[in-house]
Design a protein around this ligand. Structure first.
Ligand SMILES: Nc1ncnc2c1ncn2[C@@H]1O[C@H](COP(=O)(O)OP(=O)(O)OP(=O)(O)O)[C@@H](O)[C@H]1O
Ligand SMILES: [Mg+2]
Length: 579
């Protein structure tokens, strides 16, 4: 076979190939145009599109604009005003840096660039079709730039085939513009589809207002401020979802680094980890997280569409963000829009006030904790129905739920979840106390184990001792259990241990880090605890609520499910058609 001849590709072909990477769909083209407008210092940006951006999209800005020469140059491959030398790649502070976006888009569409530089008398217009210049001429316009892209991908039918329906492409485009608008509250945005407003938001809006305009009131009401924190050469600020509010996807987990909305595994991880126990496993918190960091500490040049970034020191960024987020969440207690002011220790009645610390000295097994319905507080209590946080008990709903009147509406509380939160913190408190609170077993428990759980016991014996178990080896895979933690009932000890060891051999990782291990232990203990809500007296029920509001996170149970929700008076009136 003859040696094939090697040729340099014509520019148009090279651009079309690059277009495959840079602009995979209309939303990606719109993103490039939007980034150019922001790089040009625009204060107002208007985006209009039709048929998901396939038929037409226009991005118009009031930025610095371009002279006719610059405009022509901007359509050349690798023409950029943003970086000059390779070293600049290590400290990119603009969105653009490759000088590829405009020529790529122009090579696969009918492309009209209009621009007028600040100080110039008049603007210019360049029309390009499938990468070839059709005309250049003067054009009267205000300072700024307007780019119109029609029939995207028509010159490359193969790509056209990969596009989804108009609705899907339009959803991608709208999502992209929302992200940039929220990342830049200082810039005014107007997004229109076929001439109709999708959203309009004036510049200079505080972040929460911007989120309300663009993401909607329901999302905005579920957010709390993340006060700005600085340190280690970084700064973080933004808005965080309330504990207990979660989503099945990352749709409302928005991370912005130096003004660039990005997917960052490090940041998503830091957020999900911070909400550990505050939302159910496998779900995602809400967040609008803004990180400012030295551009030299970020690599934005890792993805052709610049969607992903990498931090040079990932662990440091993760730790910094987690600290700030945890700090904010710690002060938070509830999932509802209304924050009851707690913790008020007293109920109006003469209930004995339990000490704030768990009373570890008294040998009270879990099942006999005052809240567990075993009757320890039932005597001597006059049932008062009002809690100091202003909740008045109205009654029970099917045994395991309670309904309260509150100063701002009504609350429905799940008694089982409330009990689990209280118990969880009690057990965690005992687990992390310096000396474990143990009870010796009158009759040592003989424990013969299968090889896997036996290995788990040998490996994690130190942890188990820390929790209050003590063992004596008795033979191969055979132990005698001499004492158990106070929070395990002796009659339950064997079943509990077997469960625990099975769990340990199944979920290796959870038990290797101290804080995860105690947490896993506490959760397991809770799963095994039996709790009868229907036998609770009214006083016990109120005592439970009072204890709940003394925990660090009254709004959620240890698995991150809500313990209660509030329906506001306004909402009730609305449902009754009275407002
Ligand atoms: N809206 C605009 N206002 C002013 N100048 C612009 C605008 N859009 C593009 N330019 C100029 O044209 C140049 C080329 O733009 P293009 O998007 O192709 O490349 P880039 O932004 O430099 O890099 P990248 O390919 O990474 O986006 C820019 O560097 C900028 O100087
Ligand atoms: Mg660009």
């Amino acid at each position: 076979m003859a040696t094939p001849e090697i040729r340099i590709l014509a520019d148009t072909v090279a651009n079309q190939i690059a277009a495959g990477e840079v602009v995979e769909r209309p939303a990606a083209a719109a993103k490039e145009l939007l980034e150019n407008a922001l790089d040009a210092g625009a204060r107002r940006i208007t985006i209009d599109f039709s048929r998901g951006g396939k038929a037409r999209m226009v991005v118009e800005d009031d930025g610095v604009g371009m002279s006719p020469d610059q405009a022509e140059l901007s359509l050349q491959r690798h023409a950029t005003s943003k970086i000059q030398v390779a070293a600049d790649l290590d400290r990119i502070s603009t969105f653009g840096f490759r000088g590829e976006a405009l020529p790529s888009i122009a090579s696969v569409s009918r492309f009209t660039l209009q621009s007028r530089a600040a100080g110039a008398e008049v603007g210019c217009e360049i029309l390009v079709n499938g990468g070839r210049i059709v005309h250049r001429r003067e054009h009267g316009m205000a300072v700024g730039t307007r780019v119109e892209v029609e029939n995207l991908f028509h010159p490359v039918p193969a790509r056209l085939k990969f596009l989804k329906t108009d609705d899907t492409e339009s959803a991608h485009l709208i999502r992209m513009v929302r992200l940039y608008a929220v990342a830049h509250p200082e810039v005014g945005f107007l997004l229109r589809e076929d001439g109709r407003d999708v959203f309009r938001s004036p510049g200079q809006a505080p972040l929460i207002e911007r989120v309300r305009e663009i993401w909607g009131k329901a999302v905005a009401d579920d957010l709390i401020p993340l006060p700005s924190v600085e340190g280690s050469g970084m700064g973080v600020s933004g808005l965080l979802g309330r504990p207990g509010v979660s989503r099945s996807t990352r749709q409302d987990l928005v991370t912005v680094v130096n003004g660039r909305p990005v997917d960052s595994r490090a940041l998503a991880y830091a957020l999900v980890e911070s909400y550990h126990t505050l939302i159910p496993k496998g779900r995602f918190p809400l967040a609008f997280l803004f990180l400012e960091i030295d551009p030299a500490a970020v690599d934005v040049n890792v993805h052709p569409a610049k969607r992903e970034i990498r931090f040079r020191n990932e662990p440091q960024v993760r730790a910094f963000v987690m600290r700030a987020v945890l700090e904010t969440l710690r002060g938070q207690s509830t999932t509802g829009a209304v924050q009851p002011v707690v913790p008020a220790v007293d109920i109006h009645s003469a209930l004995p006030v339990p000490s704030a610390k768990p009373q570890v000295a008294a040998a009270t097994p879990v099942s006999a904790l005052p809240i567990a319905g075993e009757g320890s507080t039932r005597t001597s209590v006059s049932p008062a129905t009002t809690l100091k946080l202003g909740w008045r008990l109205l009654g029970r709903l099917r045994g395991d739920r309670a309904v309260f009147e509150t100063p701002s509406g009504m609350v429905l509380l799940d008694l089982g979840s409330a009990h689990q939160r209280v118990l969880y913190e009690k057990i965690l408190g005992q687990l992390t106390a310096s000396a474990p609170v143990t009870q010796p077993l009158l009759l040592p428990l003989a424990l013969e184990l299968e090889p896997l759980p036996a290995a788990a016991l040998r490996e994690r014996e130190a942890l188990l001792q820390l929790a209050g178990f003590s063992f004596e080896p008795y033979g191969r895979n055979f132990w005698r259990v001499l004492s158990i933690p106070l929070w395990v009932e002796p009659g339950e000890a064997e079943a509990f241990l077997r469960d625990l060891l099975a769990e340990m051999s199944r979920h290796e990782g959870d038990f290797t880090k101290a804080h995860l291990a105690t947490d896993a232990l506490a959760k397991l203990a809770i799963r095994r605890s039996r709790y009868r809500t229907d036998s609770l007296s009214e006083a016990e029920l109120l005592e439970l609520v009072q204890q709940l509001f003394r925990t660090s996170q009254p709004g959620v149970d240890p698995l991150g499910r809500r313990t209660y929700f509030e329906i506001g008076d306004a909402d009730i009136a609305r449902r009754l058609g009275q407002s």
